[in-house]
Design a protein around this ligand. Structure first.
Ligand SMILES: Nc1ncnc2c1ncn2[C@@H]1O[C@H](COP(=O)(O)OP(=O)(O)OP(=O)(O)O)[C@@H](O)[C@H]1O
Length: 391
């Protein structure tokens, strides 16, 4: 029977003076994410160096999925909490060992003592607890180098904790500790990964999607909302701004050089995203751009595209290989949705020979034939907002 789930938070431990803020945010996020999972007595408690979810004997596994999707958690373990008494520790360790199921041929005990007034040091504690398990389990051996099973004992000021399982979390920093960014979310493989990586560094995100109805179907929009739903598994919810983009694309294709269509389109995406981000109090944009991947992802193109905004653009994938990006998308659960066939707004107005090294000045010249302000404002006025929540 487990009393608590012990949570290790890794990188937050390296923070200096503002560590407290990071921890309080982590606790807040855990509380929010496990709400409704356990019974009314479930609590989240912050102790020195650790966070505990007090579960009082509930099945710990019901919390695993939520804890495995919270940024800031390095790993977690279901633990038995006992008093600072060797007898109690021994009994809990034996019980924990027996709960492993089929008896392993050998094992090892690891002990850690952060409460220095406990009479045994960690080596002595390992020996004592190991001995107790051995004499109560006929046929069992110790192997400290290559153990088939391990039991951990952690002696802290308030209690001792005994466990045998360590489940990996997703690391990173708690969402909300790094401010907010507006993610440009398309239906492809890259931008959902960029959103996940941005959240992993502690940023809260909203998403903006440029929809080219009737050239792109309702299915394309649904696909983007499904991707946002997967991202919401990590954040609780995501606000998606769906911007009608058709009028802008038609104006560009009617009035600008074909080779600049993509760059000018992207400049509009940046202008509109920045404007919506400002309205939402956000100080950054995030995209799934990766250098060299397609014609519009060269440094010249990035230079021309970001020339119309003053907001920093976070590009978490900028130097990643496609294979690495796909690996992350498989891991986080967006890949299967991203590969669903659909028509992207950029493929509808795809020039035969897009410029790979567009110049800012050429774009500015071409855009003189467009009423930029009216087009941007109309698209923002007609934007639809959808809030997607975790399933
Ligand atoms: N329709 C759209 N709505 C919102 N953002 C978009 C849209 N199309 C492109 N973007 C943004 O521009 C970035 C670059 O898009 P591009 O189509 O050049 O690259 P990509 O490698 O196909 O990206 P992705 O796989 O994310 O679609 C995307 O990662 C995304 O952030």
């Amino acid at each position: 029977m487990y009393d608590n789930i012990l949570i290790r938070y890794g990188e937050i431990g390296l923070k200096g003076k503002n560590q407290k803020d990071f921890l309080h945010r982590l606790v807040k996020n855990i509380k929010m994410r496990i709400k409704g999972i356990g019974n009314d007595e479930t609590k989240v408690v912050l102790e020195r160096g650790r966070v505990f979810v007090v579960i009082n004997g509930q099945d710990p596994e019901i919390f695993y999925k939520a804890l495995g999707t919270i940024f800031g958690i390095l790993s977690f373990s279901p633990v038995r909490k006992v008093g600072l008494d060797l007898d109690e520790i021994n009994k809990a360790a034996l019980e924990e060992f027996k709960s492993l199921g089929e008896m392993p041929e050998n094992f090892k005990v690891n002990a850690r003592r952060s409460f220095k007034l406990f009479p045994l040091d960690s080596i002595e504690l390992q020996r004592e607890v190991g001995h107790y398990i051995l004499v109560n389990t006929p046929g069992l051996k110790v192997d400290v180098h290559n153990p088939k099973a391990e039991v951990w004992v952690e002696v802290r000021e308030e209690a001792a904790y005994v466990y045998s399982k360590k489940i990996n979390g997703i690391g990173g920093l708690p969402i909300g500790t790094g401010g907010k960014a507006m993610l440009l979310l398309s239906g492809g493989i890259d931008s959902p990964v960029a959103g996940w990586m941005t959240m992993r560094r502690g940023l809260e995100i909203e998403a903006v999607y440029f929809h080219s109805h009737p050239y792109t179907s309702e299915k394309a929009k649904e696909k983007v909302l499904d991707l946002a739903r997967v991202l919401a598994e990590y954040s609780g919810k995501i606000k998606v701004h769906i911007v009608p983009f058709t009028q802008i694309q038609e104006a560009i294709s009617a009035k600008c050089f074909e080779s600049l269509w993509i760059t000018i389109m992207r400049r509009f995406m940046m202008r509109i995203s920045e404007r919506i981000a400002e309205q939402q109090g956000m100080l950054a944009l995030a995209t799934g751009e990766s250098l060299g991947q397609v014609a519009s992802q060269t440094v010249e193109s990035m230079h021309a595209i970001t020339g119309v905004i003053n907001t920093p653009v976070i590009r978490p994938l900028v130097c990643m290989d496609k294979r690495e990006i796909i690996d992350v998308s498989e891991k986080i659960g967006t890949y299967e949705i991203s590969i669903r066939p659909f028509i992207d707004c950029c493929t509808v107005f795809l020039p035969k020979a897009p410029k790979t090294k567009p110049k800012r000045e050429a774009c500015e010249k071409a855009e003189k034939y467009l009423d930029i302000e009216a087009l941007v404002q109309k698209a923002i006025d007609d934007t639809e907002v959808v809030i997607v929540k975790k399933g």
